[in-house]
Design a protein around this ligand. Structure first.
Ligand SMILES: [Zn+2]
Length: 61
């Protein structure tokens, strides 16, 4: 089974960040490779994360 991945734009610098959905939902954090901002479901970026998950689910359909 392939990992479910999506990209979201970094809230700080807009760089696309590759996310693994499952890892994200389990509380994993991802770091922007450009500005090193942290993206995680428990952080202020939660809205962005939810949006990314929703757009991913839409893609799946
Ligand atoms: Zn960034």
């Amino acid at each position: 089974m392939q990992p479910k991945t999506t990209t979201i734009a970094c809230p700080d610098c807009n760089t696309p960040i590759l996310l693994e959905i499952n890892q994200l939902l389990q509380g994993g954090k991802f770091t922007c490779s450009t500005c090193h901002a942290s993206i995680g479901i428990s952080l202020d970026s939660k809205n962005i994360v939810e949006k990314a998950v929703k757009s991913f689910e839409k893609t799946k359909l």
